[in-house]
Design a protein around this ligand. Structure first.
Ligand code: AHR
Length: 640
């Protein structure tokens, strides 16, 4: 029996080796979409608050809970007495209708009393770094100083501090810088605001920023931005996802209230179990795109929210259509339009480069089946005002009351094996002359019994393993092969805070805590695909091989880029035939991502699985390449 099994395995291996993958360079099957690889984002897994948005103070406006200043605690020395409470009688303004009242009733000389914030699972302290602290305060009867410090959790080590000598009787914004010295990085730290004598003071919008990407005020975390820029994304789909819709209609992404100074932003209820500060608002999304050299793909709220509320097409929907038109005007209107002028006032006179607008998100969940009418109403209004914009339907397989969308948004969360299985024929049933295909959310999970929404997923690491990266790569190869109709795609979700309680969904492309960020194997697979791409699609045919692949050519350099995926646990020797290639160089660059299926990256081992670049000799029109077990390989061949 054992011998029969062994011969069967040998036969299978020989069969795998006997196969071939051929790439025909004679006639490209079409151009590669200039925006094939992009990113998708929403406020999930503390993507912004506690993630990309660089604010370090959690609950800075004291709005996260109606009754208590959550995430804040009182700090006092020895015999001191002090208390804090939310005070609605001393609002900062209409957007922030309360403040933190801090009463110090007993304080001896040399003692301090204050309130501390532990940030989002710690305040990250880096050496030789300047932090910008700001806050609003009023204190008609307090004549002492206020000290702001970044210190260890137990208060024994002060990493940086600064003081404000006097507060004014009325609300005043104060700003200081805190500089750290030559210290070891840590996130076991807190931010403390202290008084030095008895009295009462009110505080609002207590904020602390580290250096941000491009030094933008109210900006984004540098390490995560670097990782995103390194993916060279061509677009950013935002603001959702479910976050666009909200649980209820009043919880939809309130783009108007996310504009202007942060003290005018009340924040809103998110749909993933926590409130959003809206510090990362519409303009910050757009500037984020600008900083990545990516174009925005703007999703507009279309009258349906997650818990099933909907606005049926007709006059009741009209204010929502107008809201979308205004939002688009904010993005692309001249500075002499109403909302273009608002954008200019907010600091960005130049319109942004918008080409695609998505109408809603996953409207196939609408049990009342009202999307056809809603889509049609948005479609007509947007096309009338902005005929050049391409509109994306969130129900990709349908026309809507006779309106043909320009693109349809397909979502696919599959197990790695499912992607590997369906990838070879994936796309065959897509209508070649139908709307463009936008795979606006996709990701492989390792195990079919632990899908992202299953209880079982909660026990797994938040970022995926090599096994999932193989499924991702097989699917990306399929999408690239179908590049004549698949014009854009993006992995989702993009970001996750790895701390317990920091995330609601797995798997996610990038993980981080307060101090560091890392890419999952899927991140590196995505990066290999997105940053190695020609502009012409080449025909790939494979026979009798378990290796999957796709190929493009760079018309400017002549480079042929072949992407290969070995989902097997054994090495695969793959004969490769290059048809109709002239001037082929014998040396090629190889980029390899490989590991055991269970291998993964983490905060402590951020690059356990990472791409390795090497040189290959002996490339010829017909040659063989051996792929390591469980690997993603890119061969960059030169033809000039
Ligand atoms: O990516 C996570 C969620 O999955 C998105 O918010 C939603 O659009 C989809 O169901």
């Amino acid at each position: 029996m054992k011998r029969i099994l062994a011969s069967l395995l040998l036969a299978a291996a020989i069969l795998a080796r006997a196969g071939e993958l051929s790439v025909d360079a004679a006639k490209p099957t079409g151009p590669v979409s200039p925006r094939l690889y992009g990113l998708m984002t929403e406020e999930i897994n503390h993507s912004y608050d506690g993630g990309l948005y660089a604010e370090l103070v959690r609950n800075r406006a004291f709005l996260d809970h109606p009754d208590t200043p959550v995430n804040w605690s009182v700090v006092k020395d020895g015999t001191a007495d002090a208390a804090m409470s939310l005070d609605r009688s001393q609002p900062l303004n209409e957007a922030i209708p309360l403040s933190l009242r801090f009463d110090v009733t007993k304080l001896a000389q040399q003692q301090r009393a204050g309130f501390a914030n532990g940030g989002y699972w710690g305040i990250p302290v880096q050496p030789n770094t300047t932090y910008r602290a700001s806050f609003y305060a009023k204190a008609p009867d307090y004549a002492g100083r206020v000290t702001l410090s970044i210190e260890s959790d137990d208060g024994k080590t002060v990493y940086a501090s600064a003081a404000v000598e006097r507060l004014s009787a009325d609300w005043q914004r104060l700003e200081v810088v805190l500089k750290t010295g030559d210290i070891a990085p840590t996130a076991h730290a807190r931010y403390v605001v202290c008084l030095d004598r008895p009295g009462t003071a009110w505080f609002s919008l207590v904020s602390l920023f580290p250096p941000t990407w491009n030094d933008r005020p109210n900006g984004l975390r540098r390490d995560i931005m670097q990782m995103l820029v390194d993916l060279k994304p061509k677009f950013l789909r935002f603001p959702g996802g479910n976050y666009l819709e909200g649980d209820r209609i009043e919880d939809r992404f309130p783009w108007q209230k996310t504009l202007g100074p942060i003290e005018n932003r009340p924040g809103h209820a998110g749909c993933w179990g926590y409130r959003s500060s809206d510090g990362l608002g519409l303009l910050e999304f757009l500037e984020w795109c600008e900083d990545m050299k990516a174009e925005p793909v703007l999703a507009v709220f279309a009258g349906y929210s997650l818990k099933g509320d909907y606005i049926k097409a007709g006059p009741e929907l009209e204010p929502f259509v107008q809201e979308a038109l205004d939002e688009i005007e904010y993005v692309i209107g001249d500075a002499n339009t109403t909302w273009g002028a608002r954008r200019a006032k907010d600091g960005h006179p130049e319109p942004f480069d918008l080409h695609y607008v998505e109408i809603g998100n996953e409207d196939f969940f609408d049990k009342a089946k009202t999307y056809d009418g809603r889509y049609a109403q948005f479609h007509d209004a947007i096309k009338a005002k902005y005929p050049h914009l391409k509109l994306i339907s969130s129900m990709p397989w349908a026309q809507h009351n006779g309106r043909k969308p320009d693109a349809g948004d397909w979502h696919d969360y599959s197990a790695a094996e499912e992607f590997v299985k369906k990838a070879p024929t994936w796309g065959a049933d897509l209508k070649r002359h139908g709307p463009e295909v936008f795979v606006g959310e996709w990701a492989a999970h390792e195990d079919a019994s632990a899908r992202p929404w299953d209880e079982a997923a909660k026990k797994l690491p938040v970022t995926p393993s090599m096994k999932a990266a193989i499924g991702d790569a097989a699917f990306m190869a399929a999408m690239e092969r179908n590049g004549d109709i698949v014009k854009m795609h993006c992995y989702a979700p993009l970001l996750a805070n790895v701390n317990p309680g920091g995330h609601q969904w797995r798997p996610d492309l990038i993980g981080y805590d307060a101090l560091t960020a890392y890419g999952s194997p899927s991140y590196y697979a995505f990066q290999m695909f997105s940053t190695n791409l020609g502009d012409e699609l080449l025909r790939v045919a494979s026979s009798d091989t378990l290796v999957q692949g796709c190929a493009t050519r760079d018309s400017k350099t002549g480079a042929i880029i072949i992407k290969l995926v070995n989902s097997e646990a054994t090495a695969q020797t793959l004969p490769i035939a290059l048809k109709n290639v002239t001037g082929l160089k014998s040396t090629a660059t190889v980029i390899t991502l490989s590991g055991k299926p269970e291998d993964t990256n983490s905060i402590s081992e951020p690059k356990k699985v990472a791409p390795v670049t090497s040189t290959l000799e002996g490339v010829a029109p017909s040659f063989s390449y051996t792929l390591p077990p469980t690997s993603v390989v890119i061969l960059k061949l030169q033809t000039r």
